[in-house]
Design a protein around this ligand. Structure first.
Ligand SMILES: C[S@@+](CC[C@H](N)C(=O)[O-])C[C@H]1O[C@@H](n2cnc3c(N)ncnc32)[C@H](O)[C@@H]1O
Length: 219
């Protein structure tokens, strides 16, 4: 694993226990922003039909916020993250919310080499991770997501919203912790996504992020 990824892993290992209590430190984006992001995520999710056997993978699941939101609608869930401590938080939530029968696997792993079979998932979610990497890396992540996603499968991702002032505060805070936040204009993201084999179905401004619902059209 690269030095940069190891640093991110260490950072999230050290912040896992307080990850869900946003807004408590200076420079941290507010809890209202996170609630808005979750509401917007659910808006996008409602455009996808989820059945009891729909297979959902949450890449960079963190403490499992979006995986759990998705499972409320149905399906069975899988989560992957490089931070073991973040995954410990997901495991606690699975017990707390009685989701054991709906969560198949929570596993430590890198988004660049997902520990899953090809053509396996109906839905992949990847929220709050792309921003840590330059587009050339995001392209590699998308290639790997394409491998595990079924054709016509859905992908929900986000990128920082360059029109929201708060995003620059977030960038400053992350830089002080040794990570970069890569911010692009929306036009550039649209253009980038056009060449990845995915079609943009919907995009939504969600606080400091822009969320995208994508459909895999070309394997
Ligand atoms: C901002 S958190 C987002 C967590 C969750 N998706 C959410 O939105 O609440 C970023 C997460 O990305 C994970 N991460 C960063 N790089 C990764 C990689 N290459 N593969 C898997 N997970 C990664 C971190 O460990 C961390 O849990």
């Amino acid at each position: 694993m690269s030095n940069y990824k190891s640093k991110l892993e260490e950072w999230y290992d050290s912040t896992a226990e307080r990850y869900d209590s946003w807004g408590s430190r200076e420079g941290e984006y507010s809890s209202q922003t996170k609630s808005l992001e979750i509401a917007k995520f659910n808006e996008i999710l409602s455009l996808i039909k989820i059945k009891e056997n729909t297979k959902i993978l949450d890449v960079a699941t963190g403490t499992g916020i979006y995986l759990i939101e998705a499972l409320k609608k149905g399906g069975v869930g899988y989560g992957v993250d490089i931070s073991k401590s973040m995954l410990e938080q997901v495991k606690k939530k699975i017990i707390k919310f009685k989701l054991k029968s709906k969560v198949i696997k929570i596993i430590k792993g890198d988004a660049e080499k997902l520990p899953f079979h090809s053509d396996f998932f109906d839905i992949v979610i990847c929220i709050g991770m792309f921003e840590y990497y330059p587009l050339v890396k995001v392209k590699a992540f998308l290639e790997e997501i394409k491998r595990v996603l079924k054709k016509e499968g859905n992908l929900i991702v986000d990128f920082p919203n360059n029109n929201n002032k708060e995003v620059y505060e977030f960038q400053k805070k992350e830089r002080s912790a040794g990570h970069e936040i890569h911010i692009y204009e929306k036009g550039k993201i649209n253009e980038f996504l056009k060449h990845t084999g995915f079609r943009i179905i919907k995009s939504n401004c969600a606080g400091i992020e822009i969320q995208f619902l994508l459909k895999l059209v070309k394997k």
